[in-house]
Design a protein around this ligand. Sequence first.
Ligand SMILES: Cc1ncc(COP(=O)(O)O)c(C=O)c1O
Length: 417
Amino acid sequence: MSAPVNQLKDAKFGAAAFRASQGGVLPSVFPREMGPNAHKYVAEVIDGGLQSTIVDRMEAMIAEAHGRKHCVGAPGCTQALFTTMMAMDFEPGDEIVVSPISDYGTVAGALFENYIPVFADTEPGTGLISAETILPCITERTRAILVVHKFGLTPDMDPIIALAKKHKLVLIEDVCQAILATYKGRIAGSMGDVACFSFDAEKTCGADIGGATVTDDEAIYSRLVNRGPSRGAKDVPGFGRVHIFRGFPTRIPQCTAATVMANFEILPRQIRQRQKTAAMLTAMLAEMPGIIPYSVPQGRTHSYWMYGFTLELEQFRCNIDEFCKQLSQEGLSGVGPARYYLLPESLWFVKENAQKGRYPFCTPPASRIPVYSAASTPNAQRFLDRWVRWFWTEKYTEKHVEMMANMVRTVVERNHR
Ligand SMILES: Cc1ncc(COP(=O)(O)O)c(C=O)c1O
């Protein structure tokens, strides 16, 4: 990295991150279409003087849609995963096998709970882990597998479910990027012991900042409620609140729950539109030399938070950054590589703590200290080094897809060897 840390700009998230890429020839993710009931639900919160049933109803809606008994709202998926980690009752130094290509939010909770993330590699050519890549990471200290359904697509879940069962590991799904994606007819978020969702503004069911955890497990559910929304407190008659766990407040705001409900109601229609236009672009890109569209394996559906393709770099005279720059100049705003998604490389403070043996990266409590670096997950690194991606939206029409295909074709023809 060239500049010292104090000269780097702070990262932006949510709607603010999109401002720079708005106003081009293609529609942008923002402003979002809000569900027609959004005003009504938000008004309920305001008219009820902040005493509404919206959070309960939103949680019931998300639980039911995923065939789950329980749902606990949170202010974001980072917090939903943090609450989930608080609810796990693992010991500091216990290991969690995690997908290496993801957002910081995937592992933040595990790190706060002093668990050790162990990154499994991805299957070649995909951003997804598999039972084969997880298996070598399992030790006697492994307690959970945290699977990320990346970009809008689930990994091959049946072998992962079998592996988790065999080794008695908790299976956690990070569904942030893949709400309403399916695997062999099952919906993402219905396959693990626990699943976490994001309703962040930029996500497929964007509803400002928000998240949720779903589960069927009664014990996990009661710990989730106690340690998150109830901040680890119980009411003792005649005394009042006592704190039985170092909880942390993770209640979902009622106005957010209102917009989650409204936007979740229109989500199936939006995802069908995303899938239709993405399939059209995939067919067009498949005919271009040096471009490998992301394939959706049989039995799975992609819910297209992001769209992307692999660039066969050896076939081009330019590098991936130059390719993306030219694509952006052609009008595909927001396009770029996604190297930052490589967690073993991007978690600088974790790398440093592990190198310096800072708690919990010391023995005890850990049994081993992983080396965090890009080289530790070579397939994931190779995949991201060639991966071109941009945000997808239900606003894209057939005409927009043709425009996008022409932009890619122009850049391919200009740079192909
Ligand atoms: C896979 C994944 N997990 C977790 C998160 C964190 O979600 P949130 O922004 O709702 O906290 C994100 C956000 O981008 C994500 O993509």
